[in-house]
Design a protein around this ligand. Sequence first.
Ligand code: ATP
Length: 457
Amino acid sequence: MANPVPGKLTMEKLVSLCQRRGFIFPSSDIYGGLSGCWDYGPVGVELKRNIKEAWWRSIVQERDDMVGLDTSILMNSSVWEASGHVSSFSDPLVECKVCHLRWKADDLVENKCPACGGELTEERMFNTMFKTFIGPVEEEASVVYLRPETAQGMFVNFQNALNTSRKRLPFGVAQQGKAFRNEITTGNFIFRSREFEIMEFEYFVKPGTDKEWFDYWVEERFNWYVKLGIKKEHLGLYEHPRENLAHYARNCTDITYLFPHGQAELEGIANRTDFDLKQHGAASGKSVEYFDNETNEHYVPYIVEPSAGVDRAVLAFLCDAYDEEIVNDDLRVLFHFHPDIAPVKVAVLPLSRKENLAALAKDVHADLRPCFATQYDDTQAIGRRYRRQDELGTPFSVTIDFQSLEDKMATIRERDTLNQIRVPIPALRDTLQAKLAGEDLFVLPEGGQIWKQESSG
Ligand code: ATP
């Protein structure tokens, strides 16, 4: 009954749908926006939180060898000097002598301005860290930076985390949080912005075992995306050639995704060796060594770092889940989100606003909402409401109709197949829980019935 529509997704369509349905808006929208900054709306914030929570569960809570941290955005400036960011976190930049637009030299195909064709200046290095001042006086001594990554907060807390958690190597420290980069060129929606979120961890290992752990984490992280519904054929691995590696890295492999603008980095996994700990050890004068009581050795651990952009993950999950199909001559737009990341899990839809029906639907809603992220919607025709839930990617809708008043049953409609079952209201909660965990829709609770496939929407 449903026919797929080929060649469906463009970034323009996605941006417009995200704005219309409350996923993502331009920052400071009423003032014309701010380039490279975005706001997450009522539905987008749920999607983003779910992605972060799925990551946190899999990286921190379900493992014995990992602990979490939440370090400050502003740090002592010595951190950024020791890390190399003050001297080398920069991009080569050129400026057009005619229109004065600035371009990242690496992005240019020809040696002229892409906007007006004008002549360009020589390359100049431009530090992409945002600078600000602590205290009332704007002077060099009070300069602080907005962190461009969350990693440094974890390196400098290595001993704190190790000693208080009483872990032994190999072990990791994970965190999620905002990062800021004064990117010269932003674009492709939330793919590259100036304020974004990172979820990353530092996995401390014995030198010599780093290669093995690097390979392990590349595979684990790749599989995490697949487990949450991203199609394997849309993902890729890109191994950076040695000559292009960042100053701290021994190996670096990107997990890439086929975004509408092309295959591009979603997450970077780097073998950072002992570079960061040694730098901080030398600059702070504090020990960064680990005592291995199995071998009676002191050494500085090596670090494997999988670093993922939360916003890029949001974009990848949106793109991968997006679908259009023709159902009975009508276009149906939907997101096939995995239940764990879907912003709304269950919608409760009374067929009418009539008092007795509304009372029953509200009771059903009150019973379900402690267990799931729900939405109650009693506006417009039922078909329109189904379409709206499809565009939010809601896996299940529960419809309360006039027959429900008689037989105390409700209909569950499945987003992806449009199949429906009829279930006794007291069994709704457990049934939905099972379906959200992956049970087939047609496995019925006692007293349940297979209903019909949605015909006209
Ligand atoms: P790119 O080459 O795309 O600039 P990068 O290699 O500088 O990225 P990392 O420093 O490895 O990126 O950052 C870790 C992750 O943070 C990236 O894999 C990406 O998902 C995300 N990220 C980096 N820069 C941005 C940005 N400007 N906007 C959104 N996400 C970003």
